[in-house]
Design a protein around this ligand. Sequence first.
Ligand code: PLP
Length: 366
Amino acid sequence: MIKFLDLQKINAQYQDEFHQKMQLVLDKGWFVLGDEVKQFEANFANYTNSKYCIGVGNGLDAIVLIFKAYIQLGLMQKGDEVIVPSNTYIASILGVLQADLVPVFVEPKLETFNINPDLISEKITSKTRVILPVHLYGQLCEMDKIFEIAKQHNLIVVEDAAQSHGAILEFRNQNLEVRNAQAYSFYPGKNLGALGDAGAITTNDEELAKVLFSLRNYGSEKKYHNEFIGVNSRLDEIQAAFLNVKLPFLNEENNNRKEIANRYLSEIKNDKIILPYWDFSNNHVFHLFVIRTENREVLQDYLKKNEVETMIHYPIPPHKQKAFEAWNNLSFPISEKIHDEVLSLPISPIMTDDEVSKVIQVLNQY
Ligand SMILES: *Cc1c(COP(=O)(O)O)cnc(C)c1O
C-alpha cells in the first residue's frame, strides 16, 4: 500500500538529532519559553524574511491571537467583518469566530482553489477590517491584487499560511503601507511539522509583535505583571527543539514535493482527471496535490483496490457544516463543486520514484 502520508518515515530521518535535542532539553531542565523557542523564533523569522516570529501553541491560536492583538491595538473591534474564502479548512473560520468577528465568505477560483480577488471588493462594507487569504494546499493566493485592495480600503491582511511554509512571496516586505501578519501551523502533517501541536506568527509589525509576545503568555511580559487579558498559548520548548532540527531541511523537502508534483503534472494523462494549476514559480510548495474528478468515490475505491491511499481535503465546505446551521442555506456553487470533486494524491518528501510511478500508472489505467 502506498500511504497517503508516512509521518513515521518522514521523522525517522531526524531521529538521532531528535534524541540529542531531547537530552539537551532534559539536561537544561527548562521546559517553557526557553532557548529553543527563542532560537526557533529567530530561525523562522529569518527563514520567512520577517522581522518578528512569535511561537504559539498551534495554528488556530495563531489566527485568533493576531485578531486579538489588533483588537488590543484599537485597530479592530468585536463584530467587525473579515473577508474569508468560502472553501478552506474549518480552522480559518473558527479563528475569526473565536475573536468575536464576523466572517464574510468569498468564492474561490475553480482552477487555483484560492480566494478570487476579483470578488473581494463587492463584499467590503463599512465594517470590514481584514482580508484573510488562505494559501490552500500550499499555493499562494494572488497577493499582489489582495494587497492592492487592502491598500485602497485601508484593510489589514492576515494570511493563513498553515499549508504554505516556504512558498515565496517576494513583495511582502516592501513598504506596502498595509499592516499584515501570517499564521503558521506546525501540526505534524504540515510541510514543517512538529511531533505534536505547535504554531507561530510572523510579521514586520513591531507594535503587533510586542502585543503578541505578551498575549500568548497571559498578557504578561514581565512575570506577574499583566498588561492585557491574555491566554496561555506558547510554543512548547521541546517542539521548538524538534522544529529547529527540521527547519534547515524544509527547502529540500519542499523541492522533493515539487519534483513529485512535476511528474504527476506531466505524466498523468487521463480525461477523467483534472490536474491542479501550477505556474512553476516558487509560489507553490505542494502541501497537497489535489485533483478533481466527477465520480470521486469510484476513483477513490479504484485507487484503494490498487493500493494507493488518498484523502479528501475537504468533503464538506464550512457553510454546510452542522456546527454552522445558520449558514447551511447559503449558496457557494464553486466551493460546493470543489468539495464534491477534489481528491488528494499521496505526496510527501520521502515518496520514492517507484511509488510515484506506480500512482501515475494506476491513474493512467483508470
Ligand atoms: C492546519 C490548518 C490550520 C490550523 O492549524 P492547527 O495547528 O491544527 O491549529 C489552520 N488553517 C489551515 C488552512 C490549516 O490547514
